[in-house]
Design a protein around this ligand. Structure first.
Ligand code: C2E
Ligand code: CA
Ligand code: CA
Ligand code: CA
Length: 280
């Protein structure tokens, strides 16, 4: 068979062009979508092991277009970062999460949820006004900083600089800092020394290795040991089976999140869970 490098190049270009077009379409539409109110937040329970009592939630953004199509955050958050719109969208997210946390406090009491988490992307951490945005939202809605967790990724703070300064300022407000997707970055363990971290979220890829070979389980085992020694909270992410939940408990994990317990839910369903004594 003859190799035809030209053909391969053409195919590659075509798919690249499609992807660039999709990004350009999303970029043009994001600002309109924000003013049109097409974004909403779902909240995924974080539960205690064993037993599954809900102790917190993580907010996750959704975009529903007027035609009913939904766009995944994995597709539009990177575009919002590139265009800088994430700063405005992020401020809306933070304010909406604080308003929701206040509503839950009002309806179910201040102790009903220990923590309400919000995802903050790398680009947002480069904005020096982020700590003010967070402080203003907390104050406006009367939510104590201690109830808010800001989830950041390792790569966002890798290299220190402005992003690390922002995280330090956020931490000084009294909000908790959680390292998301922990273990998948390049400097996971080193960051625990330089960055003010309160919690780590152990990535789903390590949860997937549970009940496998000792090699597959090794990282999930090591991370809980490190976290305990350093006084960090750990949350295991992406728990999909009862076997994984059981194994996590055996390994010393006390907090977990995943489809086995609950999917991301609309806020009313979190209310319903809070009414039912938090059990999943
Ligand atoms: P993430 O912060 O790591 O969020 C966890 C993702 O895993 C969510 O996807 C969640 O729905 C999904 N998930 C939860 N449990 C399970 C499980 O048991 N199995 C599987 N397969 N998946 C599970 P989602 O909502 O599509 O969000 C994807 C990513 O988009 C998030 O990853 C986060 O990086 C980003 N994102 C979502 N909402 C926001 C936001 O409000 N702001 C920012 N900056 N980023 C966000
Ligand atoms: Ca997260
Ligand atoms: Ca994660
Ligand atoms: Ca992720």
């Amino acid at each position: 068979a003859t190799v035809n490098p030209g053909q391969a190049v053409v195919r590659y270009d075509a798919s690249l062009e499609r992807r660039l077009n999709q990004r350009a379409t999303i970029a043009a539409d994001l600002r309109r979508a924000l003013s049109a109110g097409e974004f909403h937040l779902l909240y995924q329970p974080v539960v205690e092991l064993p037993g599954g009592r809900m102790v917190g939630v993580e907010s996750l953004i959704r975009w529903r277009r007027p035609d009913g199509a939904t766009v995944s955050p994995a597709d539009f958050i990177p575009v919002a970062e590139d265009t800088g719109l994430i700063v405005e969208l992020g401020a809306w997210i933070i304010d909406t999460v604080c308003a929701q946390a206040a509503a839950w406090r009002h309806r179910h009491g201040p102790g009903a949820l220990q923590s309400v988490a919000v995802n903050v992307s790398a680009r947002q951490l480069l904005d020096p006004s982020l700590p003010d945005v967070v402080a203003t939202a907390l104050a406006r809605h009367g939510v104590p900083a201690s109830q808010l967790t800001v989830e950041i990724t390792e790569t966002a703070v890798f290299g220190g600089g402005r992003a690390l300064n922002t995280v330090t300022a956020l931490s000084s407000l009294g909000v908790s800092i959680a390292l998301d997707d922990f273990g998948t970055g390049h400097s996971s363990l080193g960051l625990l020394r330089t960055c003010p971290v309160d919690a780590i979220k152990v990535d789903k890829s390590f949860v997937d290795g549970l009940n496998g070979t000792p090699q597959q389980e090794a990282i999930a085992i090591a991370l809980t040991g490190i976290a305990e020694t350093m006084g960090l909270r750990t949350v295991a992410e992406g728990v999909e089976t009862p076997e994984q939940a059981q194994r996590l408990f055996e390994l010393g994990y006390r907090h977990a999140q995943g489809f086995h317990f609950a999917r991301p839910l609309p806020p009313e369903e979190i209310d319903a869970l809070l009414d039912r004594a938090h059990r999943l």
